[in-house]
Design a protein around this ligand. Structure first.
Ligand code: HEM
Length: 390
């Protein structure tokens, strides 16, 4: 296996990781990424195969450290389907999908439209403004609040908790980040526990009520499992959607493209391929695995699956570094694959398909006021600020 060096905090890399990905892919499907401290898969075939390989999984073979300040965060992970493998993952995912159905997502489409219109009506008509806090951020959190049945007025609080917890997934986690994540996890858990207890006596037409009712082969969700997975829906569902909308708007403006309700479906897939909001996930090997390079990935070793690079693999996408609104981009890996394939993909797609055309209908001449830069936070590929002019 060849080796490669690339700092994860190098500003040039963070702004544009694609030349490095091209270079790494040319060295071989799997390369030892020194700065990541593990082997990494850069090509589409290996990323797709490893995501589906049941000999690997997300649960670490040796339990993660549980210092007191992180314990509430770890308790949530103990019950979160994102952190589990079969058979618990299978049971939890089935129960969550019982409640988070395609009908429920379809029923949220008018809500996405209404929230988009509501936000647009309050935006400046003739002065530059930052699109991230005013449009990209509120849509996903308000939709998740409606999905869960939590009052939308609590959206800012949900966002604060989510942000503090999600910070754990970026590179360079400090004691302060851990402490804040632990505190947010505790407060969010307490809040959800009260809310779930209330729903037990006062059912409503929301996901929490349906999670309480969800049953599979005589199994139901415990309160701790419900809390962990409701919090997961917010944490997993929020950041990535915010940044996929932000990235999409920038790319559309740069390519002078206006999405319409008719073109938004195909366009959204190409936008997700071209500028994925989450670039890398890892897996642990549960046994010795022979990699496509012939090397052995030893039991317990971790391997990085670089989704952002798989999306730019010329073996699957012609001229992959070109944004092509007419291509069929459905094979992109931005939602992962296999057992952990994104539960919220239909919702995220609906948000892009509705929010983007609405924005450009309201602002047909939308421009970038200043050149946007990406936040220095690999693996999130995101704009924290996107100043646009009507
Ligand atoms: C554009 C937006 C989104 C992107 C790019 C995205 C991406 C992903 C990816 C890559 C994974 C798999 C991680 C892995 O394999 O290790 C995942 C899992 C997950 N996502 Fe999303 N996601 C998005 C939106 C959402 C939304 C809106 C929700 C829910 C409201 C959501 C809920 C989840 C959950 C619950 C999982 C865990 C599934 C499991 O482990 O079985 N995501 N997402």
């Amino acid at each position: 296996m060849k080796r490669i060096a690339q700092s994860l905090t190098d500003p040039d890399f963070v702004q544009n990781p694609y030349p490095f990905y091209d270079h790494a892919r040319a060295l071989g499907p799997i390369v030892m990424w020194d700065d990541m401290g593990m082997a990494a898969a850069f090509d589409h075939a290996s990323v797709a195969a490893l995501l589906r390989d049941r000999r690997l999984g997300r649960t670490p073979p040796t339990p993660r450290p549980r210092p007191a300040h992180l314990e509430p965060f770890r308790i949530l992970e103990d019950h979160s389907l994102l952190e589990l493998e079969p058979p618990r993952h299978t049971r939890l995912r089935k129960l969550v999908l019982h409640a988070f159905t395609s009908r429920r997502v379809a029923n949220l489409r008018p809500d996405i439209l209404e929230i988009s219109e509501d936000l647009l009506s309050a935006l400046p008509k003739d002065a530059p403004f930052d699109l991230i806090p005013t449009y990209c951020q509120p849509i996903p959190v308000r939709i998740i609040a409606r999905l869960l049945g939590v009052p939308e007025s609590l959206a800012p609080q949900l966002l604060d908790w989510s942000r503090d917890m999600v910070a754990m997934y970026q590179t360079g986690v400090t004691l302060q980040i851990e402490t804040q994540a632990g505190q947010a996890a505790q407060e969010f858990t307490d809040f959800m526990r009260r809310y779930i207890e209330e729903r037990r006596t006062k059912p409503a037409d929301d996901l929490i009520t349906q999670l309480i009712a969800a049953e599979e082969d005589g199994e139901t969700l415990s309160t701790d499992e419900m809390i962990a997975n409701c919090i997961l829906l917010l944490n997993a569902g929020h950041e990535a959607t915010v940044h996929s909308i932000g990235n999409a708007v920038r790319v559309l403006i740069e390519h002078t493209l206006t999405p319409t309700p008719d073109t938004a479906d195909a366009l959204s897939e190409e936008l997700l391929r071209y500028e994925a909001p989450l670039h890398v996930f890892t897996r642990f090997a549960y046994e010795d695995i022979t990699l496509p390079t012939g090397d052995i990935l030893p039991k317990d070793a971790e391997i990085a699956l670089v989704l952002g690079s798989a999306n730019r693999d010329p073996a699957v996408f012609d001229t992959p570094n070109t944004f092509d609104p007419n291509r069929n981009a459905k094979l992109h890996t931005s939602f992962g694959g296999g057992l952990h394939f994104c539960v919220g993909a239909p919702l995220a797609r609906a948000e892009l398909q509705i929010a983007l055309p609405k924005l450009f209908e309201a602002y047909p001449n939308l421009k970038l006021q200043s050149p946007p830069s990406f936040a220095n936070s690999y693996h999130f590929h995101k704009h924290d600020t996107l100043i646009v002019a009507p």
